[in-house]
Design a binder for this molecule. Structure first.
Ligand code: ADP
Ligand code: SF4
Ligand code: MG
Length: 330
């Protein structure tokens, strides 16, 4: 059994222009102790799918249908109170911009000790000692100094480490990391990714890693879900996607082309996917990727492909999943 199983999830938003179908029949799984990478351009529904799991949707959003099972327990029907317990103990989340998630008027000690006091009933003194342990865990130098500091006194990388410490404080079984390194420069980003990998090895936490950058997924993930327009267009083990795949979604293929490689000369323009993500209220009929797909046929414009298992463990939502076949046709 998978630790987290999302099945056929539909999450919609009521807006004055109509219903936005932000997440549209999404399924994915997170295995115990493994990392699922969720990748896709901005607006593809990555964050909304994660917020659905935690029941942290904006007030105009709702889960229209679908199932979210954590360790066999259905989450979509839990009360607020029960969900609050899950968020404090089993599933933690870190967001992209630590400054908006950290409270500027509290010291590091005060913020990181809160979960210990609220969820584990430790005293202030006991909690403060645990905070120092946590700061050491996330490799913060001088934890005794940092614990007395305020968020604005820390660098971006240090703030992100504090966020990770807070998220791991209650030893969650799953850590949802939504673009945790996007706002950081590349060197710091690499350090944060390595830290998360190391912590996963030490603590066995499952990670759901959300990013728009397939290069980051390559460093982090065991399994990959590629999202486009609120759907999973490809789901596969990372080694399949980053190996020499026989099958692939044209969108994944496009994302792969746009990863800078160490041997890419800096004056070579990377092949980005032409066109833009369609407006969520004006999604095309047929395949949602058709307007941008260089392999699109007449069929693609009128008929919508299902996510089909092309080989064990790999699903592709495309009429022409075989790379060689479609190169011949295209
Ligand atoms: N509160 C909201 N009201 C209406 N639409 C929303 C709301 N929140 C998100 N959306 C829409 O849902 C879609 C998916 O958003 P999101 O999950 O944030 O994308 P991603 O994280 O992949 O960049 C987008 O089209 C976005 O505009
Ligand atoms: S179904 Fe057609 S348009 Fe959609 S991704 Fe496949 S080839 Fe491209
Ligand atoms: Mg997002």
């Amino acid at each position: 059994m998978s630790l987290l199983e999302v099945r056929d999830l539909n999450t919609f938003f009521r807006t004055k222009h109509g219903i936005v179908k932000a997440v549209n029949g999404v399924s994915y799984t997170v295995e115990a102790g493994k990392t699922l990478g969720i990748v896709g351009e901005s607006g593809s529904g990555k964050t909304v799918s994660a917020m659905s799991i935690l029941q942290l949707l904006d007030t105009n959003g709702f889960i229209e249908s679908g199932s979210i099972k954590f360790d066999g327990r259905e989450l979509t029907t839990l009360t607020r109170r029960e969900m609050y317990e899950i968020r404090g103990n089993d599933i933690s989340v870190i967001f992209q911009e630590p400054m908006t998630s950290l409270n500027p008027v509290f010291t590091v000690e005060r913020q990181v000790s809160e979960p210990f006091m609220v969820h584990q009933g430790l005293s202030k003194r006991e909690a403060a000692l645990r905070v120092l342990d946590m700061l050491r865990d996330v490799r913060i130098p001088n934890p005794e100094v940092v614990t007395k500091q305020y968020p604005h006194q820390l660098s971006g990388g240090m703030r992100q480490r504090v966020m990770i410490a807070m998220a791991l404080a209650c030893r969650p079984r799953i850590l949802i990391a939504d673009e945790p390194s996007t706002a950081l420069d590349v060197t710091i980003q690499a350090q944060i990714l390595k830290l998360m990998n190391d912590l996963q090895e030490e603590k066995g936490t499952s990670i759901m890693f959300i990013t728009h950058d397939l290069g980051v997924v390559c460093q982090m993930a065991d399994d990959v879900a590629v999202m486009y327009c609120g759907q999973v267009v490809e789901m596969a083990p990372a080694r399949t996607i980053f190996g020499k795949p026989q099958f692939s979604h044209p969108y994944t293929e496009g994302l792969l082309f746009s990863i800078p490689r160490l041997d890419t000369p800096s004056d070579v323009r990377l092949e980005a996917i032409p066109g833009a993500v369609p407006h969520p209220l004006k999604l095309p009929d047929g395949c949602k990727f058709a307007p941008r797909c260089k392999y699109a046929t007449e069929r693609c414009k009128v008929e919508e492909p299902e996510l089909v298992e092309v080989q064990p463990g790999q699903g592709v939502r495309c009429f022409y999943p075989d790379l060689k076949e479609r190169r011949k046709d295209g």
